[in-house]
Ligand binder design. Structure first.
Ligand SMILES: N[C@@H](CCC(=O)N[C@@H](CS)C(=O)NCC(=O)O)C(=O)O
Length: 219
């Protein structure tokens, strides 16, 4: 099989954007060549494919480049969506749009500042301010999970997959504090995901791609 037979997924194991792309690709059953990279040592081939140079990036066999994780999720699920993950995007279009905008906007912004405070040169009070902004979003997620088992409704769907990797990261910043929050439905939702086979599969460890060694790993 040559380099061009399958799409190429440039990815980084711990990146939450890359995680959600891998989750959707896996569920769709579409095969790709996975190319794990190190963000601190990006291969020239990756930067050539995408000047933006953020993961995930999907390169299609016709050369088309997708460099937004949500776009990659939709690309995969539009072809095969066995569990109707996209259903919520139609059934609750307005809610979904607002949820994804806030998740990738204000929540992610607060998450980065909370988790990587020193990179942003923030003092303790500022960090707590960002934690509060993130918590306000999670509080609303928790309220929704109090009413339905999943953010997407009765079954896991697009909004769950899009958000769970980021909620996981928010927890990692201070697990003791996180676990002490009065968010039982949210804790259960996250825990179930972290213990799932779907998560284990996309968190397998792969060595960084080596241009000498060909296409990448079939994933
Ligand atoms: N909007 C993009 C964001 C992707 C993104 O920012 N990924 C981070 C890693 S989590 C990245 O590649 N950063 C570039 C770097 O660290 O050099 C998406 O949804 O795919």
């Amino acid at each position: 099989m040559t380099d061009h037979d399958l799409p190429i997924l440039w990815t980084f194991r711990r990146c939450p954007y890359a995680m959600r792309a891998r989750l959707a690709i896996k569920r769709s059953g579409i095969l790709v060549y996975l190319r794990e990279i190190l963000l601190k040592d990006k291969p020239a081939e990756f930067v050539k494919d995408s000047e933006k140079a953020t993961v995930p990036v999907l390169k299609l066999p016709d050369g088309k480049i997708l460099e937004e994780s949500v776009e990659i999720m939709l690309w995969a699920l539009k072809q095969n969506d066995p569990d109707d993950w996209c259903q919520v995007l139609d059934a609750e279009a307005e809610y979904s749009k607002l949820f994804l905008t806030e998740l990738d906007g204000a929540f992610k912004d607060a998450l980065d500042r909370y988790k990587y405070a020193s990179r942003y040169g923030l003092n303790g009070d500022e960090v707590l301010g960002y934690r509060s902004i993130g918590s306000a979003f999670l509080q609303r997620v928790n309220e929704r999970l109090d009413k339905h088992p999943f953010v997407s409704g009765q079954r896991q769907g697009f909004l769950d997959i899009a958000s769970l990797p980021f909620v996981r990261q928010f927890r990692i910043a201070d697990p003791i504090w996180f676990d002490n929050q009065n968010w039982d439905p949210l804790h259960e939702w996250l825990q179930q995901f972290l213990e799932s086979e779907q998560f284990a599969v996309i968190m397998q460890k792969f060595k960084p791609w080596d241009s000498q060694k060909g296409d990448g790993i079939s994933f």
